[in-house]
Design a protein around this ligand. Structure first.
Ligand code: ATP
Ligand code: MG
Length: 298
């Protein structure tokens, strides 16, 4: 199954999240069955990241958005493990600091976009400014409603500069969210993840759904696609996202850069260095001889 086709949000078309089953598993029966395929995609992602870094002409931006406990952290932990930390960054977007709030809403996102050769993962993103901000009326409608177009222009700028953008909405049901909140409550190792906001934001579920539906359909495009990923089952979420990322990276036309030196010349230099090294070894007394001499002096 090509999950890029299946979960792509059609640009400009009205999106209904209620019509997408968060528990969908695409005919795959179990986590055990999916695991080898997930591992294959994760390995491809790692290989392609190394190539992206060596190539040095393009970059990848992965945006993760979701309601609380939908698994953004899990995606990062499971799927980006194979990537080299050199050339990869993850940034979590929290409530804006005073300095961030004193700038335009894209200012802080632009600072975290990936440089050529790099992969950047946004854990939440500039989309919060048309999601939480809209749901809680943090700015007037006249302000947030103009942001969809600004976001699309911003992403166009990144794409034209060689950035591949992939955006994922992790779609869970309210029941699944509650059962994950219970896990956080029951497991002392997860207590630290609980916040008051988890419960207060739940009250705004339908407002968030509307805000997501509009944001996704207004800002999905071929160049900066949104995917709605059924995420009640963590393993299916991982399978779909890893396939989409690996397939998209595969199509970036990444290649090793040409060799910058004359390989014949370098091979000759190598052989000369090797011969000199052998000569030095032949002339140097063995460690055992040196020990004996030192022993003699004492
Ligand atoms: P988890 O899903 O594990 O709870 P999280 O991403 O919710 O992780 P938190 O530190 O709990 O991380 O929450 C960050 C909070 O910052 C979110 O509630 C988010 O809505 C809020 N936030 C992010 N960007 C903005 C913004 N531009 N304006 C206002 N609030 C924002
Ligand atoms: Mg939270």
């Amino acid at each position: 199954m090509d999950y890029r086709k299946q979960f792509f949000v059609s640009p400009g078309e009205k999106l209904s999240l209620a019509g997408i089953d968060p528990a969908h598993t695409g005919g795959q029966a179990s986590a055990e069955e999916a695991l080898p395929e997930i591992q294959k995609h994760v390995a491809r992602m790692a290989e392609l990241q190394a190539l992206l870094y060596a190539d040095g002409n393009q970059s990848l931006l992965v945006v993760l958005q979701a309601l609380d406990a939908a698994g953004k952290d899990g995606v990062i932990r499971h799927l980006f493990t194979g990537m080299n930390p050199q050339g990869t960054s993850v940034f979590g977007f929290k409530q804006p600091s005073a300095e961030e709030a004193a700038h335009d809403f894209l200012w802080r996102a632009h600072q975290r976009t990936p440089a050529k050769g790099e992969v950047a993962v946004f854990n939440r993103s500039h989309y919060e400014d048309v999601l939480v901000v809209r749901v809680h009326n943090l700015v007037p409608k006249a302000v947030w409603s103009k942001r969809y177009a600004l976001i699309s222009d911003f992403e166009k700028l990144l794409v034209q500069n060689g950035t591949r953008i992939l955006k994922f909405f992790l779609h869970i049901s309210p029941e699944e969210q509650l059962s994950r909140f219970k896990l956080r409550l029951d497991d002392p190792a997860r207590n630290w993840k609980i916040s008051e906001g988890d419960y207060s934001e739940r009250e705004f579920w339908s407002a968030y759904v509307s805000a997501y539906e509009e944001a996704l359909s207004k800002t999905s495009s071929k160049e900066a696609p949104w995917y709605v990923i059924p995420a009640n089952h963590k393993w299916f979420r991982n399978l779909a996202i890893s396939q989409i990322i690996a397939d998209s990276m595969q199509e970036m036309g990444l290649k090793l850069p040409p060799t910058r030196v004359d390989l014949k010349e370098i091979a000759a230099k190598y052989h000369a260095a090797e011969a000199a090294q052998e000569q030095r070894v032949a002339k140097t007394p063995k460690p055992a001889d040196r020990t004996e001499k030192r022993g003699g002096k004492a």
